[in-house]
Design a protein. Structure first.
Length: 199
C-alpha cells in the first residue's frame, strides 16, 4: 500500500474541543495528576503514580513505541486551558496484518462530557486512513463497564473473552476482546443501563 503513515513526524490532530499531540516535558505534572488518580488506573496493570519520575517514565514509553513504530500515544490537551486531561492512541501495531490495539484514559473531572467519544473517533479515522489499518482492537476487563460502553458506542463488536489472560496487581484478570473493521460503518446500539463515565 502507498502513502502509509511512516512515523517520521508525530501527527498533530484536532477535534472541536481538543488538541491531540505528542507528549512534552511540560506535561509531566498533568500526567502525574492523571495516573495518580485511583479511578483512572483501576483497570490498568500498574498502581497509582507517586512522583514526576513515574510520569516521565510513562512519557518515555510513549516516545519508545513511536520510535520503534509499534504505536503512538496522543496527549489530549484541552483547547481552552492547555491542560492535558487524558491520552489516547495505538499500541501493538502489526503492519503485516494491518491491525493495532487502541488504548485510552481520561481524568475523572472530564468524565461524562463526551470527550473520549470525540477524541477516539478522530484517532480511529487516522488509523483507518493514514495508517491504513484494517482492524482496530481493544482489550478491557469485563468489569470495566464504562470502557465497554464507549467501545460499543464507537461501533466495536465483542469477539470473545481471554480468560485469566494477564497477571495484574497480584491476580489473574480476564480480558474482553473488541474490534472494529475498516469496512464497518455506523455505531452499535448501547444499553442505557451501562454507565457513561469515560465517554
Amino acid at each position: 500500500m502507498s502513502n502509509r503513515f511512516d512515523f517520521d513526524d508525530f501527527p498533530q490532530l484536532r477535534t472541536e474541543r481538543f488538541n491531540l499531540r505528542s507528549a512534552e516535558v511540560k506535561d509531566s505534572h498533568d500526567i502525574l495528576e492523571l495516573y495518580s488518580n485511583e479511578a483512572v488506573v483501576e483497570f490498568m496493570p500498574f498502581t497509582p503514580f507517586e512522583s514526576v519520575d513515574d510520569a516521565n517514565g510513562e512519557m518515555s514509553w510513549y516516545a519508545k513505541i513511536f520510535r520503534e513504530k509499534s504505536g503512538l500515544r496522543w496527549m489530549i490537551e484541552d483547547g481552552e486551558s492547555g491542560k492535558v486531561i487524558g491520552t489516547c492512541g495505538f499500541l501493538n501495531l502489526e503492519e503485516v496484518h494491518n491491525r493495532a490495539e487502541i488504548g485510552y484514559d481520561l481524568h475523572p473531572d472530564y468524565w461524562g462530557r463526551g470527550v473520549m467519544t470525540e477524541v477516539a473517533r478522530v484517532i480511529m479515522q487516522f488509523g483507518f486512513t493514514s495508517m491504513q489499518l484494517n482492524k482496530i482492537e481493544a482489550r478491557v476487563e469485563p468489569k470495566n463497564e464504562a470502557s465497554i460502553h464507549l467501545l460499543r458506542k464507537l461501533g466495536f463488536q465483542q469477539e470473545g473473552v481471554l480468560r485469566e489472560h494477564e497477571f495484574e496487581k497480584g491476580r489473574y484478570v480476564d480480558l474482553a476482546v473488541f474490534s472494529k473493521l475498516r469496512s464497518e460503518k455506523g455505531h452499535a446500539q448501547v444499553s442505557a443501563r451501562i454507565p457513561e463515565e469515560i465517554e
